[in-house]
Design a protein around this ligand. Structure first.
Ligand code: BJW
Ligand code: ZN
Length: 243
C-alpha cells in the first residue's frame, strides 16, 4: 500500500472509532526542535541519556546531572508545540473516550492544550525533594545547580522517572485501561526501546485495537502494528483528522 491509501485506511478507522489512545515519544517534539534521545543530536558532552538518567548517576554526581537538565531546560524553554501536538490536542473533543500517554517530559502537549494525558516519565518543570518528597513546579532557567527544598532544605531532583525507577501507579492504571479499551491506538515518534511504554502497542493490539505507527523510520514495533505511516509527525498527524 502506498502512503496515500494507507492514510485513507487510518482516516476511515478514526472516523468510526469511539475510543482512541495516543502514545507519543521524542519524535513528536523533534519537529519543535527538542533533540531525541537516541539520535546523535541527543548527546550532551558525549554522555548518553542512559548514563545520566539514573538514580545512581544522581547519587554519584548531582551537579553533573543538574547541568544536563539545565542544558535541556534552556533548550526546551525556547520551543513551542508544533502542528502534531495541536492535532493531538484536538482529538480530545473528537472522540467519546480519549487518552494521551506521553513519554516526553518537555510539557509541549500541555502547552498545546492537551488535558486528558499521562506524562508517564514526568515533567522537566517539576522538581521533587529527595528528603520530604514534596513535588513543586520550578520554571527557573537556569535553575540553581544543587537546588534546595524550601520546606526542609533537602536536595531537589527532577520529578522525572529515571532508568530502574517505577512509573506512578495511577499513570500505569489509567494508561492500561485506555489501551485495553481503544478502537484505535496511534504510536507517534517513539523508538519503542524503553519499557514499559515499549509494550503498550502490544497491549492495545492484543485487546483488538487497530494500531498505527507514525515515525520517520521503522522501529522495534513496526512488525506488530497494523499500518505504518512513514514521515514527520508534524506533516502526518494533522492529516489524520481531515476527511
Ligand atoms: C520522528 C521524528 C519526527 C524522529 N517525526 N518521528 C523490560 C525489558 C528490558 C528492560 C526493562 C524492562 N522493563 C523495565 C526495564 C528497564 C528500563 C528499560 O526499558 N530499559 C531498556 C533501555 C531496555 N525501564 C525502566 O527502567 C523504567 N522503569 C521501570 O520499568 O520500572 C520497573 C522496572 C525497573 C527495572 C527493571 C524492571 C522493571 C523507567 C524508564 C524511564 C525512562 N526514562 C527516560 C529518561 C528520562 C530522562 C529525561 O528525559 O530527563 O525517558 S529514557 C528516555 O527514553 C526518555 C524517553 O521518554 C524514553 C523513550 O525514548 P523515545 O521517546 O522513544 O525517544 P527515542 O530517541 O528513542 O526515539 C525517537 C523516535 O522518534 C525514533 O524512532 C525516531 O525515528 C523518531 N523520530 N524524528 C516522527 N520528526
Ligand atoms: Zn523537602
Amino acid at each position: 500500500m502506498g502512503t496515500g491509501s494507507t492514510l485513507d485506511v487510518v482516516r476511515h478507522k478514526l472516523s468510526a472509532a469511539r475510543s482512541v489512545t495516543v502514545l507519543t515519544g521524542a519524535g513528536i517534539s523533534a519537529d519543535s526542535g527538542v533533540p531525541t534521545f537516541r539520535g546523535t543530536d541527543g548527546l550532551w558532552r558525549n554522555f548518553r541519556a542512559e548514563d545520566l538518567a539514573t538514580p545512581e548517576a544522581f547519587a554519584r554526581d548531582p551537579r553533573l546531572v543538574w547541568q544536563w537538565y539545565n542544558w535541556r531546560r534552556e533548550l526546551i524553554a525556547t520551543t513551542r508545540p508544533n502542528p502534531a501536538h495541536e492535532a493531538v490536542a484536538h482529538m480530545e473533543q473528537r472522540f467519546e473516550r480519549f487518552w494521551l500517554i506521553t513519554q516526553n517530559v518537555d510539557g509541549l502537549h500541555r502547552d498545546a492544550g492537551s488535558r486528558q494525558l499521562s506524562e508517564i516519565h514526568g515533567n522537566i518543570w517539576m522538581v521533587r525533594c529527595t528528603v520530604c518528597r514534596r513535588v513543586t513546579e520550578n520554571r527557573d532557567v537556569p535553575i540553581a545547580i544543587l537546588p534546595l527544598c524550601k520546606l526542609c532544605s533537602g536536595l531537589l531532583r527532577p520529578h522525572i522517572v529515571w532508568f530502574g525507577e517505577s512509573l506512578a501507579e495511577d499513570d500505569l492504571q489509567t494508561s492500561g485501561a485506555s489501551l485495553k479499551t481503544s478502537d484505535v491506538c496511534l504510536i507517534i515518534g517513539t523508538s519503542g526501546l524503553v519499557y514499559p511504554a515499549a509494550g503498550f502497542g502490544a497491549i492495545a493490539k492484543q485487546a483488538g485495537a487497530f494500531v498505527v505507527e507514525i515515525n520517520l523510520d521503522s522501529t522495534q514495533q513496526s512488525s506488530l502494528v497494523d499500518v505504518t505511516l512513514q514521515g514527520r509527525a508534524k506533516d502526518i498527524v494533522p492529516l489524520l483528522l481531515q476527511t
